[in-house]
Design a protein around this ligand. Structure first.
Ligand SMILES: [Zn+2]
Length: 286
């Protein structure tokens, strides 16, 4: 290394920058974000960004020589009294510590950030004039500066729900689940709400916003049916991983711009669903 070369940052320095971009106070009360494990003094050359810190993405990090994983979902959300290596998560903890790979989580604090998880999703779908679906409430730590949950925006051009479903399936990272929609396939969609991850809890906000359609993940039979019966926007249900994976590109490019590090993005689909078959004799499905 020459005198002019910029030394790689420490875990401490990268964590401080991540904490400044995604303050822990912006996370929901139930959430668990920030540094999970790792040596503050380890130098960071390589970062791997993942939606889920699971055994497969940990092995990806080891193979890539990563010193830090930035994950969206918490590895340890509920209280634990043991990380013994005969448990699934315990093995992950041991593997990471032995490989000297730090683990950092930005979850609901990255959801409400601006730019945040749903901005990356909105960008994939070509939404313009985006704003929060649920602005962070005044007086809460995340309030202001366009922060909040989900995003609303306008499509570059109006299209039918059927065409929008096709577009979403093409633009989002590929998964076995793909994208399904609820509502009249011929309905014209001009304004769209999106939310990375599970979106049940914002159904009424999407209806109140008056958008034509709402795209998120993990929609369930009764909430979706009752929302539609009440005249709410059409619904698009995508794979959970696919709605949050676009954010990884944004956080990786920010890491590259902020530090002399290589920031990689995992394309390993961590959705549990691996097989999808389309039922026959539905002409609008062809
Ligand atoms: Zn999620």
């Amino acid at each position: 290394m020459t005198d002019t070369a910029v030394p790689p940052p420490s875990v401490r320095e990268v964590v401080a920058a991540l904490d400044a971009r995604y303050p822990r106070a912006w996370a929901e009360q139930w959430d668990r974000v920030g540094l999970v494990l790792g040596d503050f003094d380890t130098r960071v050359d390589q970062v791997l960004c993942v939606v889920d810190c699971v055994a497969e993405t940990v092995e990806e990090a080891v193979a890539a020589g990563a010193n830090l994983i930035v994950a969206h979902h918490p590895l340890l959300l509920k209280g634990v009294s043991s990380v013994a290596p005969d448990t699934y998560k315990g093995r992950i903890v041991h593997r990471l510590i032995k490989a000297d790979i730090a683990l950092y989580v930005a979850h609901t604090n990255a959801d409400v950030a601006n730019p945040g998880v749903s901005d990356a999703l909105a960008a994939r779908l070509g939404l313009v004039h985006t704003r929060p679906l649920v602005p962070a409430a005044p007086g809460t730590p995340a309030a202001g500066d366009g922060r909040g949950a989900g995003r609303i925006g306008d499509l570059a051009e109006a299209m039918t729900l059927a065409d929008l479903t096709e577009l979403a399936a093409r633009r989002l990272p590929p998964t076995a689940a793909g994208v399904r929609a609820a509502g009249d396939p011929a309905r014209i969609v001009r304004t769209l709400a999106v939310c990375g991850g599970a979106g049940d809890s914002f159904l009424s906000d999407a209806a109140a916003a008056g958008v034509d359609a709402y795209l998120c993940a993990d929609l369930r039979h009764h909430p979706a049916s009752e929302h539609l019966a009440a005249g709410g926007p059409a619904l698009l249900d995508a794979a959970h991983w696919a709605t949050e994976r676009p954010w990884l590109d944004e956080v990786a490019s920010w890491l590259r711009a902020s530090f002399p590090v290589t920031a990689l993005v995992s394309d390993l689909d961590t959705d549990p669903w691996t097989v999808h078959a389309v039922s026959g004799n539905k002409e609008y499905l062809t």
